[in-house]
Design a binder for this molecule. Structure first.
Ligand SMILES: Cc1cc2nc3c(=O)[nH]c(=O)nc-3n(C[C@H](O)[C@H](O)[C@H](O)COP(=O)(O)OP(=O)(O)OC[C@H]3O[C@@H](n4cnc5c(N)ncnc54)[C@H](O)[C@@H]3O)c2cc1C
Length: 421
């Protein structure tokens, strides 16, 4: 009898899981459970769709569900999965039916986190994650007079919305409880440079302000912060973080913030795999499990799960925290743990407005931030990963020349050549 596999959730991780399964020769049946007929969509493109820079179709970079179902020979089950019964390797449907499988991949991603404050149900207060969220914001921008917006959450999602509003001429305030932008990725000297540039472009910043509630007054929103300070606006976007969609996991699966997986994307229960933003894989830097909620990680985890589910043993060592964001003509790149300790170095290319920050621990770089040096970031990331993986080799002369060619300052390459970590 043919093997039967279920993939629950069909975003980046689910798509790559199915693709890898077929590419590695899996010829059993696949049921794909999705809660969106627009899947698999790239959430990173939603703000470009709202702005009109991309047509809606472009947010599905791999093709439509029907096209993919034909190409990778799977059945689509829409809006039904309620629980993964991990011991029985089954999925309980919303209507009570139970479907049994030989193996299951959970790839349900994450949802926008909404804090428990009053007023989230006010008109024109939106989260931002899905195409449905994007559709709602697009409609409001097209049909209503929106002159001002407050974006709560100085995250990579928040800044993309600031970019969108700024481009549409909407007066925008970026607010966060943290003292600066990208609190989990940017060190203060780089954050303050980004903030300076944002202010120069006319974006208002309201940091170190904890959201207390949202009110409606005279047809407008009042965003009220602890201490009583408030900002009046037409639209509020909530981008203060995400929560992994782990509700589907039964009590036998090991779940922290995400579903815990090993290097083969196996959970603690046999034949139940997990990948993407709902999973907690290895953080190479801390060696602990952690959600690393970025596109590239979801793709690699999905591919790894798919290969193993097709019977080809494949290990994904893990990743480090990183953030690569392009916005308003700037590139911010952050690698590693922003709270780590070590010797700090800052290099600048004033002519190109580039900044390079490195924090060096005993075993090499522990945190790096770059501003406007996208081309150089790949080489520096490889170097950092090499050190994290315990490779003592310093920068070779050939690598050094390559890095300099990519725009990395010579002083910085000298530092890496002397790095004895
Ligand atoms: C606005 C925005 C900007 C971003 N910018 C960046 C960036 O610049 N760089 C970067 O690397 N990353 C960025 N990300 C994050 C990146 O998009 C995610 O890391 C990536 O999409 C994760 O893929 P995934 O497959 O794990 O989850 P998702 O893309 O969330 O897909 C999961 C799918 O599962 C579905 N699902 C959930 N529950 C169920 C259920 N019970 N049954 C069936 N289906 C279910 C969901 O609807 C969804 O379709 C951004 C995200 C957003 C929202």
């Amino acid at each position: 009898m043919k093997q039967k596999t279920a993939v629950v959730g069909f975003g980046c991780a689910g798509y790559h899981g199915v693709k890898a399964m077929r590419e590695h020769g899996y010829n059993g049946e696949i049921d794909v459970y999705t809660d969106s007929l627009w899947a698999p969509a790239n959430p990173m493109l939603t703000t470009y769709y709202i702005y009109g820079k991309l047509p809606k179709e472009a947010t599905r970079p791999f093709g439509t569900l029907d096209e993919l179902a034909e190409k990778y020979e799977f059945h689509t089950v829409n809006g039904q999965a309620q629980k993964v019964l991990s011991e029985e390797k089954s999925i309980r449907m919303k209507d009570g039916r139970i479907e049994r499988y030989d193996q299951i991949l959970i790839a349900t991603g994450a949802r926008a986190f909404l804090p428990p404050v009053e007023g989230l149900d006010c008109k024109n207060v939106f989260p931002m994650r899905t195409m449905e969220d994007a559709g709602r914001v697009k409609k409001v921008l097209e049909e209503e007079e929106i002159h001002s917006a407050v974006v709560v959450g100085a995250s990579m999602v928040g800044i993309k919305l600031v970019e969108l509003f700024h481009a549409r001429g909407i007066k925008c305030t970026l607010a966060d409880m943290a003292p600066g932008i990208f609190p989990i990725a940017a060190v203060p000297c780089i954050a303050s440079e980004i903030e300076r540039r944002l202010k120069e472009k006319g974006v208002d910043l309201a940091f170190s302000r904890a959201l207390q509630r949202i009110e409606e007054a005279d047809g407008r929103r009042q965003v009220v912060f602890a201490g009583g300070e408030w900002i009046s606006c037409d639209l509020v976007m909530m981008c203060i973080g995400t929560r992994a969609n782990t509700q589907l996991a039964d009590e036998k699966l090991r779940v922290n913030r995400g579903i815990v997986v090993d290097g083969q994307m196996r959970t603690n229960m046999p034949d139940i795999y997990c990948a993407g933003d709902c999973s907690e894989g290895t953080n190479l830097q801390t060696k602990e499990t952690q959600i690393i909620g970025i596109w590239d990680n979801a793709a690699k985890q999905g591919r790894t799960a798919g290969a193993n589910m097709a019977g080809v043993r494949t290990v994904y060592q893990g990743n480090m925290l990183h953030n690569i964001t392009h916005f308003m003509g700037m590139d911010f790149i952050g690698y590693g743990d922003v709270r780590s300790e070590g010797r700090e170095y800052l290099y600048e290319n004033r002519e190109l407005g580039q900044k390079f920050f490195l924090r060096m621990g005993d075993a090499g770089p522990v945190c790096m931030n770059f501003l406007d040096s996208y081309k150089a970031s790949g080489a520096l990331k490889s170097y950092m990963l090499r050190k994290i993986n315990g490779n003592a080799q310093t920068l070779s002369p050939v690598e050094r020349v390559r890095m300099i060619r990519e725009g990395i300052p010579e002083d910085l390459t000298e530092l890496l050549m002397k790095d004895q970590g």
